[in-house]
Design a protein around this ligand. Structure first.
Ligand SMILES: Nc1nc2c(ncn2[C@@H]2O[C@H](COP(=O)(O)OP(=O)(O)OP(=O)(O)O)[C@@H](O)[C@H]2O)c(=O)[nH]1
Ligand SMILES: [Mg+2]
Length: 316
């Protein structure tokens, strides 16, 4: 019997689905599996697509999949929706928008919501990306609603980050405030069939003049109308250029290193919390003590840590 990792390396789709469920459930054997597949990763182009709710991310992803398939490239998609109560399967909207790809063996789409991610949405999403990479997809698209810190955090695993904006939406200010401007490698003005495109382009250019005036890579701006399949080829051309830039400048290696470093810390953090919470279950006397006021919350926290490490943490 082949191990799950071996089956993934042989492009067994059911094994991939099973592995993703294992990751989502934060199940026993997860770290073992991730260890096993690690040497199989590092080949796919990770592309993050972020933007406000309804900006047209899924519509664009859908068109991009069709485009890439024509180029004979295989595609994995991780659609992250922190507001979704669904787990495991695809979200309703995405299911409709991406339905035509479900029977294509060169495409694998997985949606993730908070409730289905016992190890935390950010970690689950990143680990799913790694699994898809190991499976051998050429391109992995990561769709997130660019709102909170955890979505920004997921984005950081990507080689290329594209930010979707819509004309007449006031998006630019939001993007600027949220710090997305700094991490964007490309801007996609989607719904370019609506009015307000020249204004948005002008705003974007002047923001870029400020934020990226001395950057090696100035994020290009591409106009698309996803619903009419316009601009998709240019999106892909710019993404390819960005990847070439990343490789040539050494930036790709730097990003991947930083990303791996972050993942190690995340795993340690999550595993330690799990163990601490497990241990704390057996000794909850501090709850009453803090409530009564016989111990302050900070001393209680230090005591928990002391118990965990089996030694004094705060030497002061
Ligand atoms: N006019 C116009 N409408 C578009 C375009 N692209 C997408 N839409 C519409 O915008 C709506 C939202 O599209 P989605 O692709 O679901 O957007 P999303 O960003 O994935 O949305 P969430 O995942 O819910 O945040 C749908 O009704 C689309 O048909 C476009 O280029 N022009
Ligand atoms: Mg969507």
């Amino acid at each position: 019997m082949d191990s799950l990792a071996q089956r993934i390396s042989k492009r067994d789709e059911r094994a991939l689905a099973k592995a993703i469920s294992l990751v989502e459930n934060d199940a026993e054997g997860k770290l073992e599996l991730l260890k096993d597949i690690h040497s199989m990763t590092g080949h796919a182009h990770y592309i993050g697509l972020t933007g406000s709710p309804g900006a047209g991310k899924s519509s664009l992803v859908n068109r991009l999949i069709t485009y890439l398939r024509k180029l004979d490239l295989t595609v994995g998609v991780v659609a992250v929706d922190p507001t979704s109560p669904f787990s495991g399967g695809a979200l309703l909207g995405d299911r409709v928008r991406m339905a035509e790809h479900f029977t294509d063996p060169g495409v694998f789409i997985r949606s993730m919501g908070t409730r289905g991610s016992l190890g935390g949405l950010s970690r689950t999403s990143k680990e799913t990306v790694r699994l898809m990479d190991a499976y051998g997809f050429d391109v992995i698209l990561i769709e997130t609603v660019g709102v909170g810190q955890s979505e920004l955090d997921i984005m950081k695993i990507a080689d290329s980050i594209a930010v979707l904006l819509n004309p007449g939406s006031g998006d630019v200010v939001q993007v600027f405030k949220a710090g997305i401007m700094e991490i964007a490698d490309m801007f996609i003005v989607n719904k370019a069939d609506l009015s307000g495109v020249p204004k948005l382009l002008a705003e974007l250019e002047s923001m870029l003049d400020i934020v990226k005036h001395d950057a090696d890579w100035r994020p290009p701006i591409v106009k698309t109308v996803s619903v009419q399949n316009q601009g998709i080829d240019e999106v892909w051309e710019r993404l390819k250029e960005h990847l070439a830039y990343l490789k040539k400048s050494g930036e790709r290696e730097r990003r991947r290193k930083t990303s791996l470093e972050r993942e190690v810390i995340e795993v340690v953090h999550a595993e330690m919390m799990k163990r601490l919470i497990e241990q704390e279950k057996e000794n909850r006397s501090w709850v009453e003590e803090v409530k009564e006021g016989s111990i302050d919350p900070y001393s209680a926290a230090v005591r928990l840590l002391d118990d965990y490490y089996g030694e004094k943490v705060d030497k002061s």
